[in-house]
Design a protein around this ligand. Structure first.
Ligand SMILES: C[S@@+](CC[C@H](N)C(=O)[O-])C[C@H]1O[C@@H](n2cnc3c(N)ncnc32)[C@H](O)[C@@H]1O
Length: 342
């Protein structure tokens, strides 16, 4: 029943486990939105990470609810498996990208019931940031890696040492919203090959104007974020996955209840994908108001559960700085997916 659980728990997580004590972002709100207390079904945690949200969801849901947790990172799955051991019989851990949602979860529905909730908590986990050898952080000197899936081919070193200067500049600008993208890209190209996080951080710090070095954030923060998003192809994978979540959570007949989908994002490009997808699903007739009868035939198949975005309050941000840029959006599916003939 527990796919991968046994094989994964055989793997050691070498890092200290401070990560386990990190507070999951907006955990109370997410639990109120997504916990299932009325009968069986599947809750999908598309980014199980250290299992913080999953633990809260399992604790608040009924015992006949199954939690299917995805992660691309084998270390995250190993840790989540250990943290959630008390819920072993309800847990299904899957080492796959969340862009395989339908392929992986579809076949489980006969046995476990309908998909009642899907959660995305996007980006990098504290476990990944705290593990020096993963190369996600300029705070630790390590090989320039940044792969969430340690079995994937391309590392951040491969990317910075092979990308064309324009490509580097564009990705720093787009994924890092880095104002000094051009200068940094040129400095990287001049300093190649770069092999470690410290080498990259030093090159970036030397490339930016002096005033950018004196702010509260390390001048390489945005460069590291941009490279991480690019190495892991984060936005394309999320764009491919979210429509699958809506489809999985949608009722199959108009008599069924639909599930809920929630997205916690930390970057404006991620939030834009969530917003567009959710608004599109919740939009009905788009005919001009003066048209006497609807000609477009559009019907909403979701309704918003959050008005715009929900943000953590000041107290949460003070306890957990990672929550600072978090935005939560959630919807409930109310009808089967429109076929185009509707
Ligand atoms: C912010 S952490 C999740 C933390 C988790 N909510 C918790 O409470 O511990 C994001 C996780 O998503 C994983 N991840 C990122 N991209 C993914 C993808 N395309 N498919 C599956 N997992 C992914 C990362 O490896 C990371 O462990």
């Amino acid at each position: 029943m527990l796919q991968l659980f046994d094989t994964i728990t055989g793997g050691e997580v070498a890092a200290p486990m401070q990560a386990a004590s990190h507070e999951p972002v907006l955990v109370d709100r997410i639990t109120r939105l997504l916990a299932v207390t009325d009968g069986p079904g599947i809750v999908v945690d598309a980014t199980i990470g250290m299992g913080g949200h999953a633990l809260a969801l399992l604790a608040a849901s009924g015992p006949d609810v199954a939690l299917v947790g995805f992660d691309r990172d084998p270390d995250a799955l190993a840790l989540a498996g250990r943290r959630l051991a008390a819920f072993r019989s309800q847990l299904h851990l899957i080492h796959a990208g969340y862009d395989e949602l339908i392929e992986q979860v579809g076949p489980l529905r006969d046995e476990l019931g309908a998909v009642r909730a899907v959660l995305y908590d996007l980006g990098v986990s504290s476990l990944q940031l705290d593990r020096a050898d993963r190369g996600f952080s300029f705070r630790h000197d390590a090989p320039l890696d940044m792969r969430m899936d340690t079995t994937a081919d391309r590392t951040a070193a491969d990317l910075v040492n092979s990308a064309a200067p324009d490509e580097l500049r564009d990705l720093l600008r787009t994924y890092g919203e880095e104002r000094h993208a051009g200068r940094i890209a040129r400095a990287i190209v001049d300093a190649r090959p770069l092999r470690t996080t410290s080498e990259l951080a030093d090159v970036v710090a030397a490339a930016v104007p002096a005033r950018a070095r004196s702010g509260p954030r390390h001048p390489a923060t945005r460069t590291f974020q941009a490279l991480r998003i690019a190495v892991n192809d984060e936005l394309n994978r999320f764009r491919a996955s979210l429509p699958q979540a809506l489809e999985m959570a949608a009722p199959t007949t108009s008599a069924d209840r639909g599930g809920r989908v929630a997205v916690l994002s930390y970057h404006s490009l991620e939030d834009r994908i969530a917003k567009q997808t959710f608004v599109d699903a919740a939009t009905g007739c788009v005919c001009p108001p003066d048209l006497p009868v609807c000609g477009c035939g559009r019907r909403p198949w979701a309704r918003a559960l959050t008005r715009g975005i929900v943000r953590p309050d000041d107290a949460e941000v003070a306890r957990n700085p990672r929550a600072r840029s978090a935005k939560l959006r959630a919807i409930e599916m109310i009808a089967p997916r429109p076929t185009g003939d509707d």
